[in-house]
Ligand binder design. Structure first.
Ligand SMILES: [Zn+2]
Ligand SMILES: [Zn+2]
Length: 242
């Protein structure tokens, strides 16, 4: 074994630091709302707000059930096609399946994808709303992209998220965030992919990169695991937008 050269070690440390800094600078959010549901902004302003914050990409995932999927998704697809020509931040058309009966989750996930949703979020079993038990499991079985605010995530749910390559969300949203620490503990021990999302409804909800890091580390994630989270979110965006 060759003895390590201190200078090389030093240079490697510098390179690692640069890589780590770059990773935590990649801002992506896979779960936000416009006025197509209960958000405040038109998609153009929504995208401009995150472009100014230095985001790489944002998904617009308005609340939907079977009544309004076909109203929302084509309009966000159109907005993305128009706005992405002029923006450094990428708008990803998506949807958040919200309080849909667990039995309908698979059918509505498939319909959302047919309509052009690149990001399907499931409104999980948050501790602050009466989301029907079984929703987390149904969403994971349906193959959504993100299980949002999953509340008291179980080990079985985390294992299924790993098997189906689904993000488990650490949320920046008040109330939903009460179980973030539990979510991180269960998801990390299962080896699940994690995403930090603002679930933004109004401009002040968007997370800066500093706040996103606080949400993740405050929930118990290590800095190294947070860098992995950023790399995973970035790889997802590259895959769905290519
Ligand atoms: Zn939600
Ligand atoms: Zn939401």
């Amino acid at each position: 074994m060759v003895e390590s050269d201190p200078l090389i070690l030093c240079l490697c440390d510098s390179v690692n630091n640069i890589n780590q800094t770059n990773l935590t600078n990649i801002m992506i959010d896979l779960h936000t709302h416009s006025f197509f549901s209960d958000g405040a902004l038109v998609p153009a302003e929504h995208l401009r707000r995150v472009e100014v914050l230095g985001y790489e990409a944002v998904a617009l995932t308005d609340h939907a059930d079977s009544s309004n999927l076909d109203f929302i998704i084509p309009r966000i697809v159109q907005a993305a096609a128009d706005l992405n020509r002029y923006s450094k931040a990428l708008l990803l058309p998506g949807i958040e399946l919200t309080h849909v009966p667990p039995e309908q989750m698979a059918e509505l996930t498939a319909r959302s994808r047919e309509l052009g949703a690149q990001v399907v979020v499931a409104h999980g079993e948050t501790p602050v709303e009466p989301v029907k038990p079984g929703t987390n499991m149904a969403a994971l079985e349906a193959g959504v992209d993100v299980l949002a605010h999953p509340g008291f995530l179980t080990v079985e749910e985390a294992d299924l998220a790993v098997k189906n390559d689904i993000f488990i969300e650490i949320t920046g949203r008040k109330g939903h965030s009460l179980t973030n620490g539990h979510v991180v503990r269960v998801a990390v021990s299962a080896g699940a992919k994690l995403a930090v999302n603002a679930d933004a409804h109004i401009p002040s909800d968007f997370l800066t990169k500093e706040m996103a890091e606080i949400v993740a580390l405050g929930a118990g994630l290590s800095l190294e695991r947070y860098q992995q989270l950023r790399a995973d979110m970035s790889a997802f965006v590259r895959r769905v937008s290519s």
